[in-house]
Design a protein around this ligand. Structure first.
Ligand code: PHE
Length: 452
């Protein structure tokens, strides 16, 4: 089983290449756009604490498991589940796990591309000097007027989707590995500069306080679910992205170590984003719970008033777009790999079809910010519904199934051989994946439906 290698299935050139690509997938809008605004909406410190615990106890073990499943089969997620079910002699229904992931990926990409479109538009706004000396009110108006225009949002959404599909069409090795190599360190430096700016505001400690001092009275069942869902979202878990990247990973490379590096880098970027943004929020009397527009209403204030703010603003949004690109390609890769390997599509054709379908779906998100902003289902707009369905439900369910599969279904000698860990390390992972991660997800769900 381990020596099956299909020629059309790609492979990374090294362990470093895998780390770069997987970090590229993990670090994206989730860290810089989503983490701050959901932290703001859910009351700060206590939410952040739950999120960090989820990354540690659920996210990292599942990242190890998901990479392991992909690497063992060296196939796309749908085939991986077919092959590994057969190997373990398990029920055929496990196949659906692969399918669920493909669908979740496309659903996420549909709105991800719209928000990445906002970031792209902000590159231009930064360039043309829209932030110069603008105060908080002017920056807010700029944002409100922008999202009120369906035409503009559709334009940028289309542009981003085309860029994503063009990269995916070229295949997994080219371009991607190189892009991330420069992006990550650069993004990191820029985040540090923004943190330095935040230190200069009069609300630095207020921001830190909000982020890191837990007030458990602010924690509801739903915010716990959001924190857990975000741990999956930000680490790209539960839908096959990490699985498909793992399938390109050469044998003999330590999976556990790479998982720690990826999760560590991802968490660091999110925390830096929070540390940079909340002081600006408080210093300008903005509201932490301003929603999806939060970073677009705060960071431009900084760029508009700091030295070299013009260059920094351009650089920041360019990097945000690239970070979003390296994530969005991983959202569509499971679907494309499957269409190519099982349905005989060329890579180009697979990209055109999956791109068109997700683009069309994305129009729902575009309109939910303007024309259809009053259209609500279960009290949520289309964007909010898609986000809730994917991040809070599909990814945790997918992750739960991956944990159960790796912990209970896959034979011990197979996971042992694949992970190749020292005995104690393996045992720790085994306990986390078999008991801790699945029951944690299960209890959060029970809690939300109100049984507990
Ligand atoms: N992890 C990405 C982010 O934080 C989003 C993503 C989710 C990518 C799921 C792939 C799979 O932006």
């Amino acid at each position: 089983m381990t020596d099956i290698t299909k020629t059309i299935h790609g492979a990374w050139s090294s362990r470093f290449a895998f780390i770069l690509a997987a970090t590229g997938s993990a670090v994206g809008l989730g860290n810089i756009w989503k983490f701050p605004y959901i932290t703001g909406e859910n009351g700060g410190g206590a939410f952040v604490l739950v999120y960090l615990l989820c990354v540690l106890l659920i996210g990292i073990p599942i990242m190890i498991a998901e990479t392991m499943l992909g690497r063992r089969s060296q196939r796309n997620p749908i085939e991986t589940m077919e092959l590994l079910t057969e190997e373990a002699g398990a029920d055929k229904n496990w196949h659906y796990l692969g399918w669920m992931g493909v669908i979740a990926g496309l659903l996420i990409l549909s709105y991800y591309s719209v928000i990445a479109g906002w970031a792209s538009a902000y590159v231009l706004k930064a360039f043309t000097g829209s932030f110069f000396d603008a105060d908080a009110a002017a920056i807010k108006t700029l944002f409100d007027e922008f999202v009120a225009s369906p035409i503009q949002l559709i334009f940028w959404h289309s542009l981003f989707m085309i860029a994503t599909m063009m990269i995916v069409a070229r295949g997994v090795n080219k371009g991607l590995e190189k892009a991330v190599q420069f992006l990550m360190p650069a993004l990191f430096v820029l985040m540090l500069l923004l943190v330095a700016y935040a230190m200069g505001t009069n609300s630095y400690f207020k921001g830190l306080n909000f982020l890191f001092v837990p007030d458990f009275s602010k924690l509801t069942a739903n915010s716990v679910l959001t924190a857990m869902g975000h741990a999956f979202f930000t680490l790209s878990l539960g839908m096959g992205a990490i699985m498909v990247y793992g399938s390109y990973l050469p044998k003999g490379i330590s999976i556990a170590k790479t998982a720690f590096i990826i999760a560590g880098a991802d968490t660091l970027v999110a925390l830096l984003a929070g540390i940079a943004i909340f002081p600006i929020v408080f210093a300008n009397n903005l509201h932490p719970d301003s929603g999806p527009g939060l970073i677009f209403q705060t960071l431009p204030i900084a760029f508009g008033s700091m030295t070299f703010g013009w260059v920094m603003g351009i650089l920041f949004f360019v990097m945000l777009v690239i970070a979003a690109l390296t994530s969005s390609i991983s959202l569509v890769e499971p679907a494309v790999a499957w269409l190519v390997e099982n349905k005989g599509f060329s890579r180009e054709k697979a990209c055109v079809w999956s791109g068109l379908a997700t683009w069309a779906l994305g129009l729902g998100t575009v309109l939910s910010f303007n024309v259809w902003s009053n259209v609500k289902l279960f009290d949520r707009s289309i964007f909010q519904l898609l986000d809730y369905l994917t991040a809070n439900l599909l990814l945790p369910v997918g992750g739960f199934c991956i944990a159960v599969f790796a912990g209970w279904i896959m034979h011990r000698q197979h996971s042992e051989a694949e992970l190749n860990l020292p005995a104690q390390g393996y045992q720790l992972w085994k306990v986390l994946i078999t008991y801790v991660a699945p029951s944690a997800v299960f209890f959060v769900f029970l809690h939300v439906v109100g049984v507990l």
